[in-house]
Design a protein. Structure first.
Length: 178
């Protein structure tokens, strides 16, 4: 979609950078800052990408805001924890639910496109790393190479590349230069 810019890495938040909360076998986003646990190895992974010149962005659906299940103050507290833990270049959040019909809620590519425009990113040379079919589809629609982190809950999802950890995703990205 956007060309002639630099390469970047887009990361989903829940299930990629922080642990999901599993209730009755269903992965959910944390709803309290106390539940927000950054995944071990995330700092090293983000640092490696940035050392190799990749801007690192978070693109995350947070529909619990629209559903009234996540207080805006708690969301802000979790984002503070994330930003304090990781050297991220920018974060884009979609606070909408499916019924809102917005262009920013993944699988729509709006979050990625907006970040790419703001940061002069060539989406065709960039990567979207996520743990759900919505992450993969948003990356595909934006023109990125898609990387899925294999989880118990996403066996049906398909991506260009499938790995087990964010560290493995970074290794793949760094091994595939221009």
């Amino acid at each position: 979609m956007i060309g002639n810019g630099r390469r970047a890495v887009f990361l989903d938040r829940d299930g990629v950078l922080n642990e999901v909360v599993v209730e009755n076998g269903v992965p959910l986003s944390p709803r309290r800052a106390e539940e927000f646990l950054v995944v071990a190895g995330s700092l090293e992974a983000v640092d490696r990408l940035r050392e190799h010149g990749f801007p690192v962005f978070v693109a995350s659906n947070q529909p619990d805001l629209a559903r009234g299940k996540l207080a805006p103050e708690e969301s802000a507290r979790m984002m503070t924890v994330l930003r304090d833990a990781l050297p991220l270049d920018d974060v884009a959040i979609c606070p909408h639910d499916d019924v809102d019909g917005c262009t920013c809620r993944k699988p729509q590519p709006g979050l990625l496109v907006g970040l790419a425009q703001r940061w002069d990113v060539d989406l065709s040379r960039s990567y979207m790393v996520g743990d759900s079919w919505k992450d993969v589809e948003a990356g595909r629609r934006a023109g990125c190479h898609t990387i899925l982190l294999r989880r118990d809950y996403n066996g049906a999802a398909r991506a260009d590349t499938v790995v087990d950890t964010l560290g493995e995703a970074v290794q793949f990205i760094l091994g595939h230069g221009d």
